[in-house]
Design a protein around this ligand. Structure first.
Ligand code: G4P
Length: 531
């Protein structure tokens, strides 16, 4: 096929973690290896500091950083790596979930001291929904963390995933001496603050070698021999296909801040991680090496300058070849659009690009044509699926404080929710508007941006709903249910019916009373069903 060479050399992935596990640090070290940045400290943390939840400058700063680092592309060992950034703050988790629809694999960072944390669990659930292959990087081995076998147990149980260690640590904390690479049978000795170019690798053809005792001391050498014997007995060789099928997750140990274990991770990653994969649509499965172009929008960023309403829409190329100035078909709007200034994210040359291939992410200047999930093709009518909306966790009624600005408010809330900042539900047969979010911070962002960018001032009235459930089933039964439950029935932006349940008890009761109706926690029903 025409584009096989381009496809084979690309890897598109995201690093995910619970905040503070070391995602930013690891990202930075990978960029250093890729030559995309020259000095440590160049990647700004995209975390919103805990105390700054109502500091709007912080939100603006965050938006600035997240535009700049949304996608980081760089070359390493003849491989073109597209690293997609995900927000650090849990209130923006939905943004992370959407970004995960655009990657082919992930690296999950776990803090060896804290083990599996709340966000780690949620992120893994999303990976599992999509069968995304995962490599685990256990970070902060320079600190006294959990005993590696216990940690492996915890990760396997808590995340319900089979692990396969590819490296194994020799002690930890102050006693940390390095890792033994089970994949290529070499010993990597630890020195703090190791430079990216420094190589402290010692090839060990057999663990019985005396060299091992010389390097790490007799006691630790014997412990390593014991550990490795056990590990090799249990795990054997890595089944790469099982990893690509998301059945097994390889594990590396290291210390990102000390640049330790990062190179092994990267070298193995480019070797085993899947190349750009095909994607499902409502009509058929699209393979990356098809001649014709297709892609979808997974993220939209508003312009930071409020005087300009244009936005950047992030397109993941799924098949064929994207070209500048060529007309592509916007399947939802049924119209052809071309892009004269598509934007690339190659770290050295953030600039206009002429072509892009499957796995690449292109930034498109948008004047309001796109919403998340939109599909572009060379004329074929299809829509990429698997970009679901999840039930929000917080619900508030949107109240317009300035009736003279109703139009601005309507437009603003429509555009902000197209961007995916929050979800908008409108009362079925009415005009009441309810905003659903994952975290409080999103409400603050909406209020602030409606005022700053649209001149509309709003207030929010908290509502005590438990979940939004998309409902499907027999039409007559649905009609009856809608009539009966009128005040709890909303429509999402696409006009789908949504039932807002007051509590888990209410939801269960409705389920029992309405066996012919299905209640779903996501807008796409095949991928995950409620409870
Ligand atoms: P995040 O993006 O996942 O939220 O985490 P981030 O990389 O910002 O790292 C969180 C903290 O953990 C940072 O410290 C960072 O320096 C530290 N860290 C990262 N990797 C390691 C490691 O291998 N060992 C140890 N001991 N610490 C590590 P901070 O104090 O919050 O920030 P900073 O002032 O050091 O930047």
């Amino acid at each position: 096929m025409k584009y096989d060479i381009e496809i084979s050399r690309r890897r598109t992935f995201a690093i995910i973690s619970h905040p503070d596990a070391g995602k930013t640090t690891l990202t930075e070290k990978l960029l250093l290896f890729g030559g995309a940045i020259q000095v440590a400290g160049a990647v700004k943390s995209n975390k919103i500091k805990k105390h700054a939840t109502s500091d709007f400058m912080e939100i603006e700063r965050q938006r600035g950083i997240s535009v700049a680092t949304s996608v980081m592309s760089f070359e390493y060992a003849d491989t073109l790596i597209n690293l997609l950034d995900t927000p650090g703050h849990k209130d923006f988790a939905e943004d992370t979930y959407r970004t995960l629809t655009a990657v082919d694999s992930v690296i999950l960072v776990i803090d060896s001291v804290n083990g599996v944390e709340e966000q780690t669990r949620k992120l893994m659930e999303v990976c599992r929904m999509r069968d995304t292959p995962v490599i685990v990087f256990v970070n902060k081995l320079d600190r006294d963390g959990k005993y590696p076998f216990d940690l492996m147990d915890e990760i396997e149980k808590e995340l319900n995933i089979s692990l396969h260690p590819l490296s194994w640590p020799i002690n930890m904390g102050k006693e940390f001496k390095g890792v033994y690479n089970l994949f290529n049978k070499s010993l990597n000795l630890f020195t703090a603050n190791q430079k990216a170019t420094e190589d402290n690798t010692v090839p060990i053809s057999s663990l019985t070698e005396k060299l091992l005792d010389e390097k790490v001391g007799e006691r630790d050498a014997n412990q390593l021999r014991e550990d490795v014997e056990l590990l090799e007995g249990v795990y054997g060789d890595l089944d790469v296909e099982a990893y690509r099928a998301a059945l097994v997750a390889p594990v590396f140990f290291g210390s990102a801040v000390n640049n330790f274990g990062v190179k092994e991770l990267l070298d193995t990653f480019i070797h085993i991680a899947p190349k750009p994969l095909g994607r499902a649509t409502d009509k058929r499965f699209v393979e990356p090496n098809e001649d014709k172009f297709s892609g979808f929008i997974f993220k939209i960023h508003a312009n930071l300058d409020p005087r300009h309403r244009d936005r950047i829409a992030f397109l993941r190329v799924c098949s064929g070849r994207f070209e500048r100035n060529k007309y592509f078909y916007h399947t939802r709007l049924d119209k052809d659009i071309r892009f004269s200034n598509p934007y690339s994210f190659l770290a050295r040359e953030k600039d206009v690009i002429d072509v892009a291939f499957p796995g690449d992410v292109v930034g498109l200047f948008d004047t309001g044509n796109f919403k998340i999930g939109d599909t572009l093709t060379e004329g074929e009518v299809l829509q990429f699926t698997g970009i679901p909306t999840f039930s929000p966790e917080l619900f508030k009624e949107l109240v317009n404080k300035d009736p003279l600005k109703t139009k601005q408010m309507e437009k603003g809330i429509r555009q902000l929710t197209d961007e995916g900042v929050a979800q908008l539900f409108t009362q079925h047969g009415g005009n009441r508007k309810i905003i659903g979010c994952v975290g409080e911070l999103q409400f603050e962002v909406i209020q602030y941006r409606l005022l700053q960018e649209y001149g509309a001032s709003c207030a929010f009235v908290p509502l005590s709903f438990y979940k939004a459930c998309w409902i499907t089933g027999d039409k007559k039964k649905i009609d009856d249910f809608v009539r009966f439950k009128q005040s709890n029935i909303m429509e999402d932006k696409d006009g789908n019916l949504v039932y807002l349940a007051q509590s888990e008890w209410f939801l269960n009761t409705e389920r029992q009373n309405n066996p012919d109706i299905e209640f779903h926690f996501t807008s796409e029903f095949k991928t995950a069903q409620a409870g």
